[in-house]
Write a protein that binds this ligand. Structure first.
Ligand SMILES: O=C(O)CCC(=O)C(=O)O
Ligand SMILES: [Fe+2]
Length: 331
């Protein structure tokens, strides 16, 4: 893994304060960042009114890195208060940043929420939680969070994943590996483009894991989209032992290639990592949680980009394990 510099887009002070003031005006009106229909309508309207500079910074990922870091947002480490001890107790914490992320997400596309994850919230809190150290979810810490496509089990998963940093005192890195940088033989690409094994719901979705109405659909790992290859990859939740040997070894070579091209992005407060979820798998290096209010704290938003054709059409027939993605704005 390298720490090669990720592409950076820096908001100038004026644009950053316009974003912050807009968020704070909405907060003052509603008194909370809880996404009610009225608040979402106001967010959509405000997002549509932003000028060209902000819009330009929110343009699609445009390099083979498959990601960029947006800089210039302001996070006041004292004002945000202590890091919450779990997502469930994070309501109202960092509310201005929640709304700034929601506004940015609304400029980039349509923010997504899941009924079954973090109670349907549009902005998730990623904090280490006691007792969950070794899970493969955002709440873990002592284990490597293996590289994965976000919500890979679902056809309605995000096109873009945004990770905004509130606090990261030990500089713990998010890892990111782009399929556009990986080198694979045509034979491996052919093998991995066939639907052979399913991707099961991850541990953040207890209800979906109990879904038994229909069998899990086999899905391809790689897809040749018009603009280049895309991937759907979550080895921790892929029953690879159901696949034949040639497939398993091709999968192993893909895993090794992703490790080879992986970069480490250590976010500082106010930085937002934007990852193209069709190009890049992300993860996190292990760390020791403190559980004293000073822990690493990220905010996460998921975005659908209307009209994008980066995925197999057959995904439209998947059941999604009974999970529904909720879109913030009717488009
Ligand atoms: O904590 C991180 O850096 C990434 C965690 C993660 O995979 C996520 O929030 O989706
Ligand atoms: Fe993730």
């Amino acid at each position: 893994m390298s720490t090669a510099a990720a592409p950076v887009r820096t908001l100038d002070d004026r644009t950053a304060s316009e974003l912050r003031l807009t968020a704070e005006k909405i907060l003052a009106e509603f008194g909370t960042s809880t996404a009610t229909p009225r608040l979402l309508a106001e967010v959509a309207q405000a997002a549509a009114g932003f000028g060209d500079t902000l819009r330009h910074h929110c343009r699609p990922v445009d390099t083979a890195d498959g990601l960029f870091v947006l800089r210039g947002l302001d996070v006041d480490g004292d004002a945000i208060g202590p890091t919450p001890s779990s997502w469930a107790t994070a309501d109202g914490c960092g509310a201005s940043f929640d709304l700034q992320l929601l506004l940015l997400a609304s400029v980039m596309g349509n923010p997504l929420a899941w009924e079954g994850q973090q109670d349907g919230r549009f902005i998730h809190n990623i904090v280490p939680a006691a007792g969950r150290e070794s899970e493969q979810t955002g709440a873990s810490s002592t284990v490597l969070l293996s590289p994965h496509t976000e919500d890979a089990f679902h056809p309605g998963r995000a096109h873009l994943l945004m990770l905004g940093c509130m606090r990261n005192p030990d500089g713990i890195a998010t890892t990111a590996a782009s399929i556009r940088k990986a080198r694979l033989t045509d034979e491996d690409i052919g093998l991995l483009s066939r639907p052979v094994v399913p991707i099961l719901p991850d541990d953040a979705y207890a209800e979906a894991q109990g879904y038994a109405a229909q069998a899990p659909p086999a899905v391809p790992t790689l897809f040749a989209a018009e603009e280049g290859p895309t991937l759907r990859f979550d080895p921790a939740y892929t029953p690879l032992d159901e696949a034949d040997e040639p497939y398993r070894s091709a999968y192993g070579r893909l895993t090794a290639e992703l490790a080879r091209v992986s970069v480490a992005v250590s976010l500082s407060p106010g930085e937002v990592l934007v990852v193209d979820n069709d190009l890049v798998v992300h993860g996190r290096v292990p760390f020791q949680a403190r559980y004293d209010g000073s822990d690493r704290w990220l905010k996460r938003a998921s975005v659908r980009v209307p009209g994008r054709r980066s995925r197999p059409l057959a995904e439209a027939r998947e059941h999604g394990y009974g999970q529904a993605a909720l879109e913030a704005h009717t488009s």
